[in-house]
Design a protein around this ligand. Sequence first.
Ligand code: C6P
Length: 431
Amino acid sequence: MKVETKTKPNLDTDKIRKDFPILSREIHGKPLVYFDNAATSQKPKQVIAAISNYYEQHNANVHRGVHKLSEEATAAFEGARKKVADFVNAGDMRQIVFTRNATEAINLVAYSWGRKNIKKGDEILLTQMEHHSNLVPWQLLAKETGAKLKFIPISESGELRIHVLELEKYVTSRTKLVAITHVSNVLGTINPVKQTIEKIYERSTKNFELRPKVLIDGAQAVPHMPVSIQHINPDFYVFTGHKMLGPTGIGVLYAKKELLEDMDPFLSGGDMILEVDWEKSSWNYIPWKFEAGTPDVAGAIGLGAAADYLNSLGMKNVREHEKELTAYALEKLSAVKDLVVYGPKDPEKRGGVISFNIVKNDQVAIHPHDLASILDTEGIAVRSGHHCAQPLMKVLEIPAAARVSFYIYNTKDEVNRLIPAMEKAKRIFKL
Ligand code: C6P
């Protein structure tokens, strides 16, 4: 029997790359290698065209006019909400609130739900691997209310320690909210959010009067793998458009319907009201109760087009492509002497994010900013710094890290260019 050794690639990167005009740019005379996708992704022609087409043909304010253009703009805006709801299997599109980004979505929950439900002595449980966006809003809430923050620790391999004994320590009768990232933007760790939520629910319903609410930060998950919110079953789930081929300025909050109904508005003004009198007002239906003022109509339409684009590739293929590239890059990087990679070694357990340092005698030997600048001279864009996760840097005992992060258009040939560029940096630093 003939054994098939060459399998079909998950994505046709040659074809995909033609959709991204920016990828034909040269940087310092070298073809651009864009490895900073966890910060923001590039945008395909289809998304750019959807935004241009809206401004050229349908531009009007939404939910306000009875004229044709306003109806068209409203239909495109609400159509985008439906596309986004379907993309993450949210169930009901009324549970999708458009925000500016993931950060604003978390702040919305911290203000509207948190100010009403968190009291002195309550506990908010986070993890050691949270992005500042899923930490600072809870710090402010805790300071204002007298609540306490607790943190699920991470293991040596950069995974959450969430076995039963740990959860007994961290989930108590006072825990009112658990907020966890789905995928770490530094370690790449894919957290088992469904199982974690189940364990938390089980522990709290067995032992306590109330179960805590759970918020999942999906900023680094939704762009890169199939996500079914109904399957994961969180109370809140947030993500951001610009990391998933969409434009900047548009993000998403998903929440359970009864929570949205019960929460007070975050921002107030036009469009979020039903009736306004001199002294008081009543609120619009969800989700518009949380979308005060003229929304980012073009942004939502661009995000809808991004969801269409990703659907046309298939999110399973996107995940497989990134997994293969990550495994390849981890193997290639392992040949670079003195290079330390943070996070799980197993590509199954991580997304397409690899943070690393050149370490000698337990010290970071090339500052990641220097490393990133040298890679830039080779046309390779990577991020360096604390990655908006300063407390995690303390846990890892490093000042900063360099990070490559992949997406649908990245290739093994590009990874091959990374290795000599790293060696060049080492030569410059005489390492
Ligand atoms: N991380 C990175 O380079 P906004 O800025 O609101 O669109 O996304 C915030 C955010 C929230 N959670 C996680 C896990 C994230 O990674 C990010 C954004 C970027 O890692 C920019 S700091």
